[in-house]
Ligand binder design. Sequence first.
Ligand SMILES: Cc1cc2nc3c(=O)[nH]c(=O)nc-3n(C[C@H](O)[C@H](O)[C@H](O)COP(=O)(O)O)c2cc1C
Length: 235
Amino acid sequence: MSNASKPDPGRRRPWVVGVSGASGTPYAASVLRGLLAAGEAVDLVVSRASRLTLLDETGIAFRDAHWRSDLREWLALGADGKPGAFAVSEADLADVRYWPAGDLAAGPSSGSYPAKGMLIVPASTACVAGVALGLSKDLLQRVASVTLKERRRLVVTVRETPLSGPTLKQLVMLDEAGAIVLPASPAFYAGATHIQDLVDFVAGRVLDAAEVPHGLYRRWEGELRGGSKEEADPS
Ligand SMILES: Cc1cc2nc3c(=O)[nH]c(=O)nc-3n(C[C@H](O)[C@H](O)[C@H](O)COP(=O)(O)O)c2cc1C
């Protein structure tokens, strides 16, 4: 039997993380930290527009040629902008591959490239439209189309408010195509006291959708807090 027909049990199967140009780069940082903490391999695609949101929200000018040091600086930032809030080493980034958004020949642009699926965090409405219509205008949108055609998990963490009629229709199109539409919509039942808690709640729900274990937020256990029902009942 030739080597070509042997299965490769050690084959790398990354999650592709696509960062598009919606507000919410702390969500992406939290998802990336969560994937790496869980031992997942990551392929990263950062859209051209997301460099503007990254610059605006973190002060980092993300560069293709220096992506590893820029990513490390980004992942170390707290959601409140505090540098060094998270310890991120070179070793933590060892299983990250970076693909420039203009590289339409990149590995994940083909369905034959092994990947578990794709998490778009955050997803702009332009990205939602492009993926819903199959535009593939850049690598991020192409990988999303590939993920859908290969019937792999695609999570679209849309961030916009209010939503227009066309975007709502495109979100339904994505749902019908098999994607999980997961609005960046933090909840307050998990006992958030800091901005990082709200960010981690959304990131944790993204990882839940990918079935990646994490401890990013406190799960609901069926008990209301803050007083008994009698105290809450005015009658
Ligand atoms: C600072 C900033 C914040 C933005 N926030 C959002 C947002 O929250 N949601 C959104 O849909 N677009 C937002 N945009 C607009 C997108 O960046 C724009 O539509 C872009 O074309 C998206 O391209 P991409 O999907 O290829 O990344 C923002 C732009 C800037 C500069």
